[in-house]
Ligand binder design. Structure first.
Ligand code: NDP
Ligand code: MG
Length: 383
């Protein structure tokens, strides 16, 4: 029986994780979970899974749950996320909150000797150096949930010593067929219509700006210890090949599958074993016919080019890149700025940053400072 803490249980990844757990009730137990705003979903999860601990987003929701479920411990905010992660019964923490809030509880879990299944890409983008060092020091395993990284990890089994290059696939997102000129006109509804995947809103926006792919390149650098010059991104419209590796003799290995996050989630939870998944639509290669590959244009998708730049600079540059995007993407979703202002915010924030950062404490401060700065730009109508 694997005992699981699920951070972000009410989200897209959280919901898919609960589906995986529901399919194998004898193998998984939900010890604790967190939610942010969705009290209704949290209540249903408590009733179904009977956890020991719940971390709520607000004091008022925590008070409601304490009253309704007196047998369950309830916490709030980042302290609640950390407490949910380090409970003695927990074997694995699956981090599926969105945004930089995932970092501290994941680090706390690593230090408490918990294995990590990581969906939250911001954790490695902001603090890859410190997180990977903590994983090593604690002797825990950190397994990827993000589909591209899971694909690479699956291809790497038995091949680590032969690895030459990573090839990450990108669907191109909802605006892949639009020119930069067309982008001045786009709406939130259009941005949220991803061609292949059903995901949380923020990551769907990030897929269209290619911020998501940028974050994934940085995440891959830390997870697999590969230089940025050895990480390629290729446009692959069908999202059938989730990513590839190239070995030193030139051979490519790819992992293929349906666009269903239950696969990488379950693999991270059952690794090195593989268990069946009941798919609504079975995956038929012959039905697919063709797969397409195109080069990624760095001028069409400047956020991808910027990811390589901030990744190579290291320190807090990736944090600035991520934090500016988190604020700007949210402002776009709230109707406060235009679509192209997301890119402007990220570009401007990175250009304004000139500091060599060597401590995690400072990285966390830079995250906050960038948020404040971009918020001020938005409120001052500067974007
Ligand atoms: P969702 O927006 O669907 O869910 C986010 C989850 O985090 C919800 O449970 C939400 O709670 C909670 N949450 C949001 N803000 C906060 C906060 N400030 N503090 C604490 N909890 C918070 O996101 P996804 O499931 O799509 O993505 C989660 C993470 O996984 C992201 O980092 C994303 O990049 C990554 N990822 C997602 C993939 C996908 O297919 N969706 C694929 C690969 C990676 P509530 O809903 O209760 O408000
Ligand atoms: Mg991905």
């Amino acid at each position: 029986m694997k005992q699981i803490a699920l951070l972000g249980a009410t989200g897209s990844i959280g919901t898919s994780t609960l589906e995986v757990m529901r399919a194998y009730p004898e193998a998984f137990r939900l010890v604790s979970f967190s939610f942010h705003r969705n009290l209704t979903a949290a209540r249903a999860i408590i009733q179904e899974f009977q956890p020991e601990y719940v971390a709520a987003g607000t004091e008022s929701d925590a008070a409601i749950l304490s009253q309704e479920f007196p047998a369950i411990q309830v916490g709030v905010g980042v302290a609640g996320l950390e407490a949910a992660s380090v409970l003695p019964a927990v074997d694995v923490v699956l981090t599926a909150v969105s945004g930089s809030v995932g970092l501290l509880p994941t680090l706390a879990a690593i230090k408490a000797g918990k294995d990590i299944a990581l969906a939250n890409k911001e954790t490695l983008v902001m603090a890859g150096e410190w997180v990977m060092a903590a994983v090593k020091a604690a002797g825990v395993t950190l397994l990827p949930v993000d589909s591209e990284h899971s694909a690479i990890f699956q291809c790497l089994q038995g091949e680590t010593q032969n690895l030459d290059r990573l090839v990450i696939t990108a669907s191109g997102g909802s605006f892949r067929d639009l020119s930069r000129e067309d982008l001045t006109q786009v709406t939130l509804t259009q941005a949220l219509a991803h061609p292949n995947w059903s995901m949380g809103k923020k990551i769907t926006i990030d897929s269209s700006t290619m911020m998501n792919k940028g974050l994934e390149v940085i995440e891959a650098h830390w997870l697999f210890g590969v230089d940025y010059d050895k990480i390629d991104v290729v446009l692959h419209r069908e999202s059938i090949i989730h990513s590839l590796i190239q070995l030193r003799d030139g051979a490519f290995l790819a992992q293929l599958g349906p666009s269903d996050m239950r696969e990488p989630i379950q693999y991270a939870l059952t690794y090195p074993d593989r268990w069946p998944i009941e798919h609504a639509k079975p995956f038929e290669l012959a039905q697919l016919g063709q797969l397409h590959f195109e080069p990624m244009s760095m001028t069409r998708f400047p956020m991808l080019a910027l990811a390589y730049e901030v990744g190579k600079k290291g320190g807090a540059y990736p944090t600035v890149y991520n934090a500016a995007n988190e604020i700007a993407a949210q402002a776009f979703m709230d109707g406060k700025i235009s679509y192209l202002a997301i890119e402007a915010a990220v570009t401007q924030a990175v250009a304004a940053f000139h500091e060599e950062v060597t401590t995690l404490e400072r990285v966390i401060e830079v995250d906050q400072e960038t948020r404040q700065q971009v918020t001020a730009w938005i409120e001052g109508g500067k974007l």
